[in-house]
Design a protein around this ligand. Sequence first.
Ligand code: MV4
Length: 448
Amino acid sequence: MENREIKKVLIANRGEIACRIIWTCQEMGIRTVAVHSEADKEALHVKFADEAVCIGKPPSSESYLNIPAIISAAEITNVDAIHPGYGFLAESSTFADICAECNIKFIGPKPGIIKMMGDKVEARRTMEAAGVPILPGSPDPIADAREAQEIAKEIGFPLIVKAAAGGGGRGMRIVREEKELASQLETAQNEAEAAFGDGSVYIERYIERPRHIEIQVLADEYGDCIHLGERECSIQRRHQKLLEEAPSPVITPEQREKMGLAAVKACKEIGYSSAGTFEFLLDEDGSFYFMEMNTRIQVEHPVTEMVTLADIVYNQIRIAKGETLSYTQDEVQIVGHSIECRINAEDPVTFVPSPGKITAFNLPGGPGVRVDTAVYPDYVVPPYYDSMIAKLIVHARTRQGAIRRMRRALEMMVVEGIKTTIPLHKRIMEDERFQNGDFSTKFMEEFL
Ligand code: MV4
């Protein structure tokens, strides 16, 4: 196999994921370069990297999203590769293209694939062609109200209008009856135009109480691909996930194999390489439908790592080096149960961000507890970025054991000086419907 040398990696990110990437690089003997904004001089990723480069002012647009500044830092430090983490430039095909032009390996799939998956209409069409189940809907962007009415006649109501350039729930409109269709279509188009500069929308049959289930895949550059099972991500609020678990309490081994095989087959057909995630909607009758594909490492990747013993960042780097996958599908086993609680610097009732100084801090430990974080005592959480300050992850033999372990770990986690979502997670762990695995994406609407 043709191998690319990766001796030094620049991490184009901050916070816990930058630290997470550094941990694996260190284990692999790869040197690391941190980039940081002026607000992040005291950030942990800066302290743990071998080198650090300041790339601009505190706002993301002037630092972590500043492509020329990041490429300059990569050139000055002579790195072989850039790991983008999640968010920021992780799904920018433009950034991946520029990295390639500069002979820097972008740790992720090919730019053309990132671009294709960014267009939700094209992603849907591609998945349908690859045999992945999709919901009945429009094969192309909707031209006008008349076309919308024709499609509605075929798929019925309720239906959902989604932005082609959207994702993560922005620019969606649910339509429950014919007489609302034209006006809701126009609203969705206007919102999409305002939010993304692209007013293209498409239509799908609406599932009332779905679960959000996603499949983690790993694919090398030679057409081999495996899946690492599913994550259950239904517990979310306003399209922000609050906690995730693996495996899903409702997915059977047969269902897992069916969803996994569909994802693997699709990866092979489109020439996908690197780690990736297939998001599915699971209907109450057990049917699953493709929603979106994420071409990056995800926030919730640790729950998969816990139940499979895989290091997903290690696999991303191996694949980027041009190596083959290090295990076969038969060697992947799901052992026990893992839950991740996202600890945000937010008011646990209003979800208003709560940046500031952490005056007291204690991390839980003990059997089956993992904490991915970049904060420490006396650290000042800056107001400029995402409010997630830690991920508390547990692993146990059973789901009930994992819930007990999470309750214990949440009790032992101390963060003072700022408000956090720890109290909210304690309440969710005590909820009977959560404990019974009896929930959908509507869980939080019914919980609060
Ligand atoms: C849907 C749906 C029901 N039916 N599509 C939300 C995020 C975006 N990726 C798509 N989303 C949804 N699409 C059809 N045809 C319900 C949602 C949805 C949702 C999906 C996953 C997790 C949380 C959600 C919360 C509200 C709506």
